[in-house]
Design a protein around this ligand. Structure first.
Ligand code: NSS
Length: 435
């Protein structure tokens, strides 16, 4: 029978549906599982797009190939040719009846077994751990989130730019700067591309970037990485109110699209996630403090919201909440003081439910030259370090606003992960710079 079959069709597993029944296909992938039941061997083949069961019946393929299948190690790479058959017992209802098997890359003693490993062991082997269907599901969700974000930005007239990661001054304060030697002078890894986006809007009107930011953050929490993926947007002639509208629209769009397009992956993760629809609740920092205090959190007006306070506030709402107008002392120098109450600034943080914490920080910027110089000085910073940034206020300044969103925090939230390090390919934390 096999001799009569025509040339095999090369395909990826995810493409195989009932229209493939009876067709000869060639698949390339890795051995995910293997079972031998005397007279027949089965492997679950994984090719990155999906999983399918392949049945090898003794006599249906050359004997030496059959013997290779019976001994093949998990995670070996291979090429399988066979006929697609429907079989209600097979996961997915379809399986492949093999007529040939070719080992491409042998794998013996794969370090990650099916048994449970500790998280430290898995992180030491992250470069291999990412092969697991659960991690692959997270990576697909993450990719879809970035894709949806780009669609949203394009639809809202933001132009994508890439800013330098090597910079000469702090954006978010000196405490979390990574310093490096740059040909005999001091430079830093950037904490945010905000200032360059502010420059870009004078050219493009609206600009965004999705690129790494770096924080020498020693605190070991479930939401901090030392290198994270920062999605930042900036728009000319935009005030805080309009910014908050844009933010809830962006976040709800991303969540809705991801849930719609990555159902299978969320199922793989055992995650039921309801995308939040606008409008999101908005409360002032003052109200946030009252909520936290009413729940017994020790916090006074003027302090930054602690993790505990954020938890107290966000647990009041089912959707993300926009907290606005924090005291100027707890926010970076560039935030515009509220003309109606200069003790607070025109900023907003978005706190997501389920103990996710802050996923976005943003606000309206100081656009007046004198006011900005004064704030830089008040914050004990060196005006000289910000000369080019001040140029933006010297030459045709405009009111403008922008934000930064932590991609890993949003992925953690949507996927229901316990730590942001699981939301990225290869995480960087204070204790982990390998693999
Ligand atoms: O420090 S932020 O709150 N704000 C900025 O960096 C602004 N300069 C952004 C802007 O307006 N263009 O960081 C923004 C977000 C924050 O809400 C988190 O979601 C995320 O960036 N973030 C982090 N994610 C993971 N790990 C760390 N260490 C981290 N720091 C911030």
């Amino acid at each position: 029978m096999t001799a009569k079959l025509s040339q095999p069709v090369d395909t990826r597993i995810a493409k195989i549906d009932s229209s493939f029944e009876g067709k000869l296909v060639r698949l390339r992938g890795w051995v995910y599982k293997r079972r031998d039941i005397g007279g027949a061997a089965f492997i679950i083949l994984r090719d990155g797009s999906g999983l399918i069961q392949v049945a090898f019946k003794r006599g249906s393929l050359p004997p030496e190939q059959y013997e290779t299948v019976r001994r093949v190690g998990l995670e070996s790479s291979c090429e399988v040719t066979g006929v697609v058959k429907s079989d209600p017992r097979a996961p997915g209802g379809l399986e492949v009846h093999a007529v040939s098997f070719r080992l491409v890359g042998d794998c013996k003693d794969y370090p990650i077994a099916k048994k449970k490993h500790g998280v430290e062991f898995l992180l030491d082997h992250r470069h291999l751990w990412i092969r697991s269907p659960k991690v692959a599901a997270v990576l697909r969700v993450r990719a879809e989130l970035l894709k949806a974000a780009r669609e949203w930005f394009e639809a809202h007239d933001y132009i994508e730019v890439t800013a330098p990661s090597i910079v000469t001054a702090a954006v978010e304060g000196g405490a979390t700067l990574f310093e490096l030697e740059y040909f005999g002078r001091k430079a830093y890894l950037t904490q945010s591309s905000q200032f360059y986006l502010e420059a870009a809007i004078f050219s493009l009107g609206r600009a965004y970037t999705i690129q790494p930011s770096f924080r020498a953050e020693k605190s070991r929490t479930r939401r901090h990485l030392t290198e994270f993926t920062h999605m930042e947007g900036e728009a000319a002639f935009m005030d805080l109110n309009q910014l908050m509208i844009e933010l809830e629209d962006l976040v709800s769009y991303m969540c809705r699209e991801v849930v719609e397009r990555r159902k299978r992956e969320l199922e793989e993760l055992g995650r039921r996630f309801t995308p939040p629809e606008p409008p999101f609740p908005r409360i002032s920092y003052d109200e946030a403090i009252e909520i936290a205090q009413s729940k017994g959190v020790p916090i006074e007006w003027g302090e930054d919201l602690s993790t505990e306070s954020e938890r107290a506030v966000s647990s009041e709402f089912e959707k993300p909440v926009l907290v606005h107008r924090y005291p100027r002392e707890v926010k970076a120098f560039y935030h515009k003081p509220d003309p109606e109450n200069p003790k607070v600034v025109l900023c907003t943080d978005m706190l997501a439910p389920e103990d996710t914490g802050e996923i976005i920080g943003g606000g309206q910027r100081i656009h007046d030259y004198q006011e900005l110089v004064k704030r830089i000085e008040e914050c004990g910073l060196d005006v000289e370090d910000y000369e080019w940034y001040l140029d933006l206020r010297r030459y045709g300044s405009v009111p403008h606003s922008g934000f930064g969103l932590g991609v890993e925090r949003v992925v953690k939230w949507i996927c229901g992960l316990s730590h942001v390090r699981e939301a990225t390919l290869i995480p960087r934390t204070p204790v982990r710079v390998y693999p």
